[in-house]
Structures are given as C-alpha cells and as structure tokens.
Write a protein that binds this ligand. Structure first.
Ligand SMILES: NC(=O)c1ccc[n+]([C@@H]2O[C@H](COP(=O)([O-])OP(=O)(O)OC[C@H]3O[C@@H](n4cnc5c(N)ncnc54)[C@H](OP(=O)(O)O)[C@@H]3O)[C@@H](O)[C@H]2O)c1
Length: 277
C-alpha cells in the first residue's frame, strides 16, 4: 500500500496517520497548502509517477453555518474537490476513499439506510451531496457517510463542550437533536477493513445514536465538571443553517461485509476522554 492522504491536519486524518504509523503503512500526508484539492492540475502533477495505491480524502469544508453564505467555497471544496480526486484516481488507477455526512438527509425520516435518497436542508449538506454525485464516476471507490465525528481535534462537540465548561457555570444543551457520535479511531479501523477486502461501495459508519444532551451529560460527568447542565431545544438557538433534528445513519451493509459491529457512543466517548483528559 502507498497512500496519499489529503486534509492531513484534520481530526480524521490524524487518526489515519496514527493507524498508518502503528501498522507501518507507507503514507504521504498533505494539507491544504501542499495539496489543495480544488486544483485539478496540481493533483495531476502531484500524482504523476508516484504509484499511489489509495487516495484517502479527509479534506473538507465543514463550517456548517458559514456555508450558508460562503456556499461557493463549500461547493468548491466538498464538490469540485471530490470531482478532481475522482478524475485523478481513475487516471492513476488507484482507489479513492471519501467521507460524507448524515447532513445529506433532512431528518424527516429519522433513520436512513444506504438505499435512501438524499434531501439536504442546508448548503453544507448540498455541498456534500454534490461531492457524492461527482464521486459516482470513481471506478474503484469507497463512499463512507458518518456523523458527529470526534477525536484528536478542536472543532468537534467534545472539545467545544469541554472548552465551554471551562468558561461557564451553566450550560444549555439541546435534547431534541439526535445522531450518532463517531470516534475517529473506530471509523479508521472500520474503513481499513473495507480496504483490505476491496469491498468498494457506499457505507454508513458511526457509533450508536444519542441525543446531544445525553452525550453532553456523559462528557461533563467524565471530566467532573461541577457546573449545571440544563436542557434546551434546537429552536432556542437561532443558527444560520437548518439542521436535521434526527438523522441516524443505519449501518446496514457494514457488518454484512466485514463483520464489524460498531461500539456504543458511551464506550467510545469514555475511552477517548480517559485517554485524553
Ligand atoms: N466533523 C464532523 O462532525 C463530520 C461529520 C460528518 C462527516 N464529516 C466528514 O468527515 C470528513 C473528515 O472530517 P474532519 O472532521 O476530520 O474534518 P476537519 O477536521 O475539518 O479537517 C478537514 C481538513 O481539510 C482541510 N481542507 C480544507 N479545504 C481544503 C482544500 N481545498 N484542500 C485540502 N485540504 C483542505 C482543512 O484545512 P483548514 O483547516 O486549513 O481549512 C482541514 O485540515 C470530512 O469529509 C467531513 O465532511 C465530518
């Protein structure tokens, strides 16, 4: 294996790098400065003569609220960037691994399988759908949807909540938003199992579902926060982007392919916090 990793400063990329280091897998990490995925010719030149076996795309525009105004940038990175990688991975005859989100769905149906049709309700979701459409031209590819990703990073809910808890005595967290927290380490392991058996296709990979409030309760308990946590509703916060209330990704197809059953959100959150804090 010789793997090109894009968006290598992001949280998912960091978990891949840790896995590759542990397993002695040859990889080339690139960030937005070294390899901007919106630049088709740059990627072509970068790949020439390199004989990569896989490209793992961890590059993304993930600022959900900002994307409402800055949608052209979101569409460029999450849409055209994926087109560029699809074109170049086909030309270089290597496998492409790309990640999408539960925000490609509205939440109307609440639980979604890989057979469901996308119906995004915000610009970020639209940009990821665009990426999924472009991804369809990939000859050897894995498209993996995930949700509420957390791990070694600062832009995820766990890190943000801990940061808020250090500044505030009272926190209000919504109890009507439900999805599945996903530990980057588990997502990497499940992805690598698919790669090992060349099971190209579409997958949903997450840990088990939780509501935002119960997830916060467990996190704050683990770090022994002595403030007060109260309940709120999504409607209390006037955020620029609409979000699906309940968007659970059903993992049908994963255990059937690799035998992997994903762990519970409680187990992975506790494991992450005990190792980290
Ligand atoms: N985070 C979540 O909760 C979540 C949920 C569902 C799905 N996902 C998906 O999972 C994947 C990994 O997400 P993540 O949380 O690891 O993301 P992340 O931590 O935000 O990392 C994304 C990285 O991509 C880089 N990047 C942005 N534009 C780029 C460009 N044009 N070329 C190359 N690199 C670029 C960013 O650099 P800068 O910081 O310098 O811009 C950042 O380092 C993404 O596809 C994401 O959409 C994430």
């Amino acid at each position: 294996m010789k793997i090109l990793l894009t968006g290598a400063k992001g949280q998912l990329a960091k978990a891949f790098i840790q896995y590759f280091d542990q397993h002695n897998i040859h990889h080339v990490p690139t960030d937005a400065t070294g390899l901007d995925i919106t630049k088709l010719e740059r990627i072509r030149t970068f790949l020439r003569g390199q004989h990569f076996t896989h490209i793992i795309n961890c590059a993304a525009y993930n600022a959900v609220d900002q994307a409402e105004k800055d949608w052209q940038r979101a569409f460029a990175v999450n849409g055209l960037g994926v087109r560029n990688l699809a074109v170049c991975s086909n030309e270089a005859d290597c496998e492409l691994i790309h990640f999408s989100t539960n925000y490609v769905f509205s939440g109307e149906k609440e639980r979604y399988t890989i057979a469901d049709t996308t119906d995004p309700i915000n610009k970020y979701g639209q940009s990821k759908v665009l990426g999924e459409r472009f991804f369809q031209m990939t000859q050897k590819g894995y498209l993996i949807r995930t949700s509420w990703l957390f791990g070694d990073g600062t832009q995820n809910f766990v890190a943000k909540l801990i940061n808020w808890s250090q500044k505030e005595k009272i926190l209000r967290i919504v109890d009507d938003e439900i999805a599945s927290p996903t530990y980057t380490v588990d997502l990497v392991q499940a992805t690598m199992e698919l790669l090992q058996i060349k099971a190209f296709g579409l997958y949903h990979i997450t840990n088990s579902p939780a509501c935002r409030h119960e997830w916060a309760e467990l996190i704050l308990g683990e770090i022994n926060w002595n403030g007060s946590l109260s309940r709120a509703k999504m409607a209390d916060f006037n955020l620029p982007a609409k979000r699906p209330k309940v968007a659970i990704l059903d993992s049908f197809g994963l255990a059937e392919t690799t035998g992997r059953v994903m762990r519970s959100w409680q187990e992975v959150t506790t494991e992450f916090l005990r190792n980290r804090y």
